[in-house]
Design a protein. Sequence first.
Length: 345
Amino acid sequence: MRDYQKLYENIKAFHKLKPWDKMKDTDVVGIKYSDRKEPVFFALDGLDEDSIGLSVFRDVSEYILYLDLLESEFTEADGIGEYTEKLKNIRLEFVDRGKLEEIDYNRIRTTDVKFRGKKAWPELLDFTPGFVPWSASEEDIALFERVLESFLEMFPVYSKLDFDKSFAADDVPTRYYYQAGTKDSVWKLKEEHILAFLTGGELTKGPYDLMLSQFEIRRLMMEKKTFLRNTFEIDLFYLPQPITFKEGDRPRFVKMMAIADKKSGEVLLATVLTSDKSRDIQFELYKYLFEAKVFPAKVEMRGDSVLETYEMLVPLLDELDIAHSEKSKLRKIEAFRESISEDIF
């Protein structure tokens, strides 16, 4: 087992600093290491208002996912699975002793660093979309330790700067950037400029395009079909409880796609998704319409869906000339979700 002494000394120093008293929980700092191609990023953002800790984003893609999380709106229909959709990072979380995982406690016990009190015991977790939080790997812990050292190095400089006063006139979100190992190298840049530099302007995966070929579209349009007067509800969602497929494996949330007839309440399609790619989502709808030989008069989808159902399916619906609209609630599918939760769990 590796030596964790320095890691936990730094974690205790971090907790003693109480940086959350100075930094906003949505402030993000980027760190550029000479031996890593992409910067890493960190933020104090927690899992809820009472959480304290430090999140480390291993690359630009994880940082962008975090920005999506800040802009996402979660509804009553969303569960834990949906919340994980935008979480991909290494997280230091301070918890009560009773909630500390055994693996974290055993690591602490190999050192002479002492932790006492409520929300003072550190645990190191990996967050991955679609999975429950899991103990961080040794590789992730090594990266986290390096970032934490950089944080302790740069925080004295950061804490003396009055960014709110200097940049009060900015009307766009801003973030901080830091060159590791360089004295006094903390500065504030507009988020759009940082991301344009790091990603070549490709900030998010949306808006989505039509991912089916014109041959597939023509084949569907030529198929003999019935034009309904009914409205369909379509949604992507996670089952509420994680499932462990093999003993010892990390539990994961199962994602489903459902189509329901709004008039009758009948669930026309309920299928487990094995891919998040927009082509696969569009193809599930395409396949149903082709096999059922029906076109609905209209499709309703959640426009505020964290899983981006509306954004992914609109290009196909537009191509097929099927009317669509955004809804905050899909009552038939919500009833279906409740029923399968009771049946399965």
